[in-house]
Design a protein around this ligand. Structure first.
Ligand SMILES: [Zn+2]
Length: 308
């Protein structure tokens, strides 16, 4: 048995994964705001305590960790989501306490491997995987393996520049893909266009998009509101289509998987995205179909992928 750990900014999931890539037992923990202040201590404590208990029940051969951030050669270099700003050798800490080998990788790459093995990209030798959430993460699968990028993590899909002198990104550059096409950006732009605060939840915004139909907009105010929502979605789709088509032109994947909170919005975004990519003169090699699949493993993708 292998143990997969999904580390998030406010949540830790630990699962025992069998040789068929199925989770047989899972333990989860929400981190409180107080615990987040000492996140390293709490990650280590929960991980070590949980695995010690699991060791009594299972023969554990290795531990895999999926981390939202930059990982170089099994070492966490930086993670904005975890609030870790400098090098953090979690592998060494866990290995010294548990005497089980630890592998640490970026969470989008873990999710890509899991979706390729048993999720939306199953059976595809060449695939792209994007996580559209707070930012944009990604991975390139070639011959069912992650593209080998050597010393550097690579596949920083969210940080390819798609607009010269564009919006400022957290990474320090300008015009990065994720400053136009992350789900966080879409939600925040909808909130600001409609005069809502941060409190308006994604679920409410989704409902608004679903109900946003031209025929329903009768009064002047309703028409303005319709246009605002429509234009915000259209702008988001246009940038997303540019980013994805650039990747398709380079890699020609058999399919593209998209995870993150995009999955919840798939009924209002997916068909529009495909149409935009196919019909807006973005692809070098023209075609009638493009396979874009929403991720299906959800929160389990990190746990499963960490053990692959
Ligand atoms: Zn960037």
């Amino acid at each position: 048995m292998k143990v997969g750990i999904d580390l998030g900014g406010s949540h830790i999931g630990i699962g025992v994964v069998n040789s068929q890539n199925k989770i047989v037992e899972k333990t989860e923990k929400r981190l409180t705001n107080v615990e987040k202040k000492d996140i390293k201590f709490n990650i280590e404590k929960f991980t070590i305590d949980t695995i010690k208990k699991l060791k009594e029940k299972y023969e554990i051969s290795s531990i895999g960790m999926a981390v939202p951030g930059t990982v170089i050669e099994n070492c966490i270099m930086k993670s904005v989501n975890l609030g870790i700003k400098d090098k953090y050798d979690l592998k060494q800490i866990i290995e010294s306490k548990l005497r089980i080998p630890v592998i640490i990788r970026n969470d989008a790459k873990c999710a890509a491997l899991a979706e390729n093995k048993s999720g939306c990209l199953r059976g595809k030798k060449r695939a792209l995987f994007l996580t559209l959430g707070t930012g944009i993460g990604g991975a390139v699968i070639i011959e069912n393996k992650l593209l080998n990028t050597g010393k550097y993590p690579g596949t920083e899909i969210g940080h390819m520049i798609i607009e010269k002198d564009g919006r400022k990104c957290n990474c320090g550059k300008k015009g990065c893909f994720e400053t136009y096409s992350s789900m966080k950006v879409l939600k925040n732009r909808l909130r600001s266009e409609l005069g809502f605060t941060e409190k308006t939840r994604g679920e409410e915004l989704l409902q608004m998009i679903r109900n946003n139909k031209k025929v329903n907009a009768k009064t002047h105010e309703e028409k303005i509101r319709y246009e605002k929502i429509e234009n915000t979605i259209q702008e988001f789709i246009e940038y997303l289509a540019i980013g994805i088509s650039n990747l398709v032109n380079i890699f020609e994947p058999e399919a593209i998987g998209i995870g993150g909170s995009f999955v919840f919005f798939q009924d209002v975004l997916l068909e529009r995205l495909k149409k935009e990519i196919l019909h807006k003169n973005l692809l070098f090699n023209k075609r009638d179909e493009i396979e874009i699949m929403p991720a299906i493993l959800g929160n389990d993708a990190g746990i499963i992928g960490a053990t692959i």
